[in-house]
Design a protein around this ligand. Structure first.
Ligand code: ARG
Length: 458
């Protein structure tokens, strides 16, 4: 028996049915909806609300449907949604008796329950991919504890670090992403079933039982809230947007680092494209597409918030339009995590180039200033000025950090403080040596191989 034919005498207009149907994206909740129906029916029987034999017959058909798959359903838009399609399937198999399964239940609490059930699994999948990515990064970091690179601020050479230290920075961002999802999961993991259309039901249903059968940690306390809130979706999509943002930054660095100017990495052919006209080209298209797709997640998030903001309590059909944003965002994010991981794990790293950049453009200058402070007990600000002036001179004379000696340094210190520093040449050399720089940054959070090792273990 259809839900029309009572209050409504006519069939829905074909175009209107197509326009409003959620069947295009309801396949995501097919299994969840069966689970939900089985749990509810089992509970109804257990509480003596419906006949046990009826329940048994309904559940048997639902289990068969689960095995047959969604193809067994009539998915014509006139059926409206997956809930109706499943109910009609059961009705076809056992007749009007199927109608008992909808006792004390509404599509409003049902869809909210299905979404949460399906989402729980998808969140776990994303978390698994994040962990996999983190493991790959840690493995790469193991191999690059001594690989010197320049660290940037303002995209200008700043200080020397190691590739391992840089890769571990990525892992921490992804770890927070993982934890954020874990936290979101707690709020997804609550059961709306039993809320009915909006005010529960007068049937003596057992919400604790369906909560247990469906594997939720608790049931939602307020039925009006339960059927009309989708903040769990907005927050999930934010989490995904943040993941994508972090991945996009990684992609940006892959793009920069693989340029001729940086020349720090080379992408594997499998993750590169070429040009139809310029034969020399090796382009980082995968990273570019990932960087762009990040914006799609933001539009998913904006779409959801935009739909929610004007809705009066409780259920409005607008809520249905939130759902495709969720699945869309999940897919985009999942694909991105995988592809960026695979692309990154196959880059070739040019260690020589990393070192060359680290010695050629004064990225070790801070340590020379620090050394002056340590050796001569001069205030850091003064040392900063001496080294700054020294570098200014070196640049105008076309000299490099490797040319610095005590004479050059003393010339500048005479100008600024009227005294020679008289530092040994090898103390100066050591201060300007990238490897020494890295080793000396042996404080927690720093790039020294010892600290990085400890970080990798953690
Ligand atoms: N397809 C609907 C959705 O996704 C299910 C709930 C329909 N409820 C209703 N009152 N029409 O939200």
């Amino acid at each position: 028996m259809n839900i029309r034919g009572g209050r409504l005498q006519k069939k829905m207009d074909e175009e209107a049915a197509k326009f409003t149907s959620s069947l295009k994206f309801d396949h995501h909740i097919f299994h969840a909806d069966i689970k939900c129906n089985i749990a509810h029916t089992r509970m109804l029987a257990q509480e003596g609300i419906i006949d046990k034999k009826t329940a048994h017959r309904i559940i048997k058909v639902l289990e068969e449907l689960e095995k047959e798959g969604i193809e067994a359903l009539d998915l014509d838009p006139s059926v409206e949604d997956i809930h109706m399609a499943i109910e009609e399937y059961v009705t076809e198999k056992i007749g009007e008796e199927a109608g008992f399964m909808h006792t004390g239940k509404s599509r409003n609490d049902q869809v909210a329950t299905d979404l949460r059930l399906a989402l729980k699994e998808k969140i776990r999948e994303i978390q698994k991919e994040l962990l996999h990515f983190i493991k790959v990064l840690v493995k790469m970091a193991e191999d690059h504890k001594e690989t010197i690179i320049v660290g940037y601020t303002h995209l200008q050479h700043a200080q020397v670090t190691t590739l391992a230290h840089h890769l571990l920075a990525y892992t921490h961002a992804l770890k927070r992403d993982y934890e954020r999802l874990k936290d979101t999961y707690r709020r997804v993991d609550v059961n709306p079933l039993g809320s009915g259309a909006l005010t529960t039901t007068s049937f003596p249903i057992n919400r604790k039982l369906t909560t247990r059968l469906l594997g939720f940690s608790d049931y939602m306390e307020n039925s009006m809230d339960a059927v009309s809130s989708r903040d769990f979706i907005a927050e999930t999509i934010f989490d995904l947007s943040m993941i994508a943002t972090n991945l996009s930054r990684i992609c940006e660095e892959i793009i920069l680092w693989s340029s001729y100017e940086f020349h720090l990495i080379e992408l594997a052919d499998e993750f590169s494209s070429t040009s139809s006209i310029m034969p020399q080209k090796k382009n980082p298209d995968v990273a570019e597409i990932a960087r762009a797709r990040t914006a799609n997640l933001y539009s998913n998030l904006m779409g959801v918030l935009g739909i929610l903001k004007g809705l009066p309590y409780t259920y409005n059909r607008d809520l249905q339009e939130i759902t495709p944003h969720l699945w869309d965002a999940m897919r985009t994010c999942y694909d991105m995590i995988r592809i960026v991981r695979r692309m990154l794990s196959t880059v070739k790293i040019d260690k020589k180039r990393g070192f060359e950049l680290a010695v050629s453009n004064f990225a070790t200058a801070t340590d020379l200033a620090d050394t002056i402070v340590k050796e001569k007990k001069i205030p850091f600000r003064t040392a900063h000025q001496i080294v700054g002036r020294l570098i200014n001179n070196l640049i105008s004379e076309g000299l490099s950090p490797l040319d610095v000696d005590s004479n050059l340094l003393d010339k500048v210190s005479m100008e600024i403080i009227g005294e020679k520093l008289g530092l040994d040449d090898d103390i100066i050399k050591r201060a300007l040596d990238p490897r020494e720089n890295v080793k000396m940054r042996n404080v927690p959070g720093g790039p020294s191989p010892r600290m990085v090792d400890a970080s990798i273990k953690r």
